[in-house]
Every structure is written in structure tokens, then in C-alpha cells.
Design a protein around this ligand. Structure first.
Ligand code: KG4
Ligand code: ZN
Length: 340
């Protein structure tokens, strides 16, 4: 007997992208609409939560309609409504959660709340149809830096996380210090190509007794101290060398900790996810390290690394298959932890 296709509408509004997507069977993207707010937030040098919420309200219906029409589907064709309910900015999350609940109520379709990080990890299922758990995933974004074992669909063991700044946050703060503006990651990535990654020896932090945890705030301070030191001595400095050396320091730590965890836990498949997974140096560095150690390497295309709703549809599909259903009392949970 032929199995029925499961089609979901997915909604994501946890930070500064209003996004909706239609996804089939967790792996096929029928549409993936993203309305980015970057142009407004960059005026302020970072995401302003109140503005983010208001912009989500303005865009959410339009983005959902576009996702359905681009997929050539109607709400009737949907088997479930999936939505990010945490972690993220509470006012921003509430817009997506409210829209999903309204659609679920009006259409009598199941509602599935999805963890944002689970979404990032699941972007790998879209990009790599043959990928199956178990595998190790490095999630590095503006808000999170996690090393996670994906034991099975929807089953996670968090091995390590950042003790202070997330990797993307460090990129954004260093970019601001060298005058590149928000969001800093892509700008540092570009500028670093013109610089020497060995020019400045920035610190690579490791935490005693927690080999899989990360810490990036010391590195950020080292960059700021380096710039201030040069200014005080009246010396000129190369922004491109700073970008390249900083980026290398972040990537070295991300790759080293991931490979160590893979060895310790006997994992032979490694994936990366989150906005920082767009970084060319990380993509290249992790690929080479995996090749050198005989591991399979997986990464989503850049558009599926940064916030989007297709990844929420992929994660939501597997939650649906496991029987997860949320009631209309689903709330936004800004500090939701993975596995809760
Ligand atoms: O996953 P994401 O879109 O949002 C969060 O869930 O946080 O990640 C955004 C983060 C930002 O900090 C941005 O600077 C960073 O990802 N990012 C990058 C690159 N592209 C985006 N960082 C380094 N290199 C990039 N090419
Ligand atoms: Zn994200």
C-alpha cells in the first residue's frame, strides 16, 4: 500500500525573520518564504525585540499566504500546523504561536510546537535525504552554540553549550568593533578572505572538566583589547587580519570540540547547523577535519542554516510521526531547553 504524504505548514518567528513554509514528509520543501527584518534592525546595530514583534505582526499573514500559494496548496491540504514556540524573543515567538493556534482552531488541524534548535538540526534532513540518526550536530547561531547527539528523530543529548556568548553573537560583536555593522557574521566572513588568519594569535578557550563546552567572550575581549592597544600606541591595524584571525580562532574551537566529541562518543556522522554554519571557513574546516578522521560530513545549504520555516516543518514532521500534538494552550517559552 502506498503511504500517504504528510504535508505540514510551518511557521517561524523567534527572532528577526518572519517565515512560513510548506514541507512534505519532512524532507521535501514545497515553499520556503522568509521576510527578513535585517534592514530595520541594522539601524540600531542589533535586533530590537519590540520592533521585531511589530514587524512579525505586519508580515505573518502575508508570509503564510505566500507559502501556501507558492506550494500550490490550501490549508485543506495540510496535515498539521507546526510552529516554533521557543527559545527566542517572547514577543516575537507569540506572533507565530498565535497565528498557528488560530489556523489550527479554524481548520481543526493538529498543532505541533517545535523547538527552534531542533529545527536548525533538522535542516540537515532537507539538505541530505539519506541522513538518518544517530549523528553528532554542532549548532552555532546568534543565540546558541550547542554540541548535540541526535540519538533518534526528536531525541537529543546535549554534550556541550556555550558558557557565555554564542558563536554568532561573538561574530556580531567583533564586527561592530571593527565597524562592519549588523549582522556581523557574513561581513566578517567576506572581509576575512582578504586577511591573514595567522597575523594575530587570539586565544582559543577551553573549559576545564567540560571539554565540549564553549566560551567566546574572552576571545571577543581579546579582539577589543587588541584594537584599543593599537589605538593607544597610535599604531594602525588591519581590519581584514583581525577578521581572519578572529574567525580562525572561533572555527578552530568549534571544529576541535566537535571532533573530540565524535571520537569520545564513537559517532561517525557529523552535521553542522545554525546561522554560523553559513561561514565558509567553518564549512571548509569541518569538512577537512571530517575527511581526515574518516567521518561523513553533512551541512545544510546556507539559506537553510539561517532562520527559516522549512527546518521547522522538517522537525515538526518527525514530531507528528511520533504522535506529538499540542493543545490551544500552547505558549511561547523564551528559554525552552532542548529535550523538554
Ligand atoms: O540561526 P540564525 O539565523 O539565528 C539564530 O537562531 O540566532 O543565526 C544568526 C547568526 C548571526 O549571529 C549571524 O552573524 C551569524 O548567524 N552568521 C554568520 C554567517 N552568516 C550568519 N556567522 C559567521 N559567518 C557567516 N557567514
Ligand atoms: Zn536560529
Amino acid at each position: 500500500m502506498e503511504e500517504k504524504n504528510i504535508t505540514v505548514l510551518a511557521i517561524e518567528s523567534s527572532c528577526d525573520e518572519t517565515a512560513a513554509a510548506v514541507v512534505e514528509n519532512g524532507r521535501t520543501v514545497c515553499s520556503n518564504i522568509i521576510a527578513s527584518q535585517i534592514d530595520i534592525h541594522k539601524i540600531y546595530g542589533g535586533v530590537v525585540p519590540e520592533i521585531a514583534s511589530r514587524k512579525h505582526i505586519e508580515k505573518i499573514n502575508q508570509v503564510i499566504e505566500e507559502a501556501l500559494s507558492q506550494a500550490d496548496k490550501t490549508l485543506d491540504d495540510m496535515d498539521a500546523i507546526c510552529v516554533t514556540y521557543g527559545p527566542g524573543l517572547v514577543g516575537a515567538l507569540l506572533v507565530g504561536v498565535g497565528a498557528a493556534k488560530a489556523i489550527s482552531f479554524a481548520t481543526d488541524k493538529p498543532l505541533i510546537g517545535v523547538h527552534h534548535i531542533e529545527g536548525h538540526i533538522s535542516a540537515n534532513f532537507i539538505a541530505n535525504p539519506q541522513l538518518e540518526p544517530p549523528f553528532l550536530c554542532l549548532v552555532a547561531s546568534g543565540g546558541h552554540s550547542h554540541l548535540v547527539i541526535v540519538r533518534d528523530y526528536g531525541e537529543y543529548a546535549v554534550l556541550g553549550r556555550t558558557r557565555d556568548d554564542a558563536a554568532g553573537e561573538a561574530f556580531d560583536k567583533v564586527a561592530r568593533a571593527i565597524g562592519l555593522g549588523y549582522p556581523g557574521g557574513p561581513k566578517i566572513d567576506r572581509l576575512a578572505k582578504e586577511g591573514n588568519a595567522d597575523a594575530i594569535d587570539f586565544p582559543r578557550a577551553s573549559i576545564e572538566d567540560s571539554p565540549y563546552d564553549f566560551s567566546f567572550s574572552g576571545l571577543k575581549s581579546a579582539v577589543l583589547n587588541y584594537i584599543n592597544g593599537c589605538k593607544m600606541k597610535g599604531e594602525s591595524y588591519s581590519e581584514a587580519d583581525i577578521a581572519a584571525s578572529f574567525q580562525k580562532a572561533v572555527v578552530d574551537v568549534l571544529v576541535e570540540h566537535t571532533i573530540l566529541a565524535a571520537k569520545d562518543y564513537g559517532m561517525d556522522k557529523i552535521a553542522i547547523a545554525g546561522g554560523v554554519a553559513c561561514n565558509s571557513c567553518l564549512r571548509d574546516g569541518m569538512k577537512k577535519a571530517c575527511e581526515a578522521n574518516g567521518y561523513q560530513f553533512y551541512m545544510p545549504t546556507p539559506i537553510l542554516c539561517t532562520d527559516n520555516a522549512a527546518m521547522i516543518g522538517a522537525a515538526g514532521y518527525y514530531e507528528y510521526q511520533k504522535g506529538v500534538r499540542h493543545g490551544l494552550d500552547l505558549n511561547a517559552v523564551p528559554a525552552l531547553r532542548l529535550g523538554e
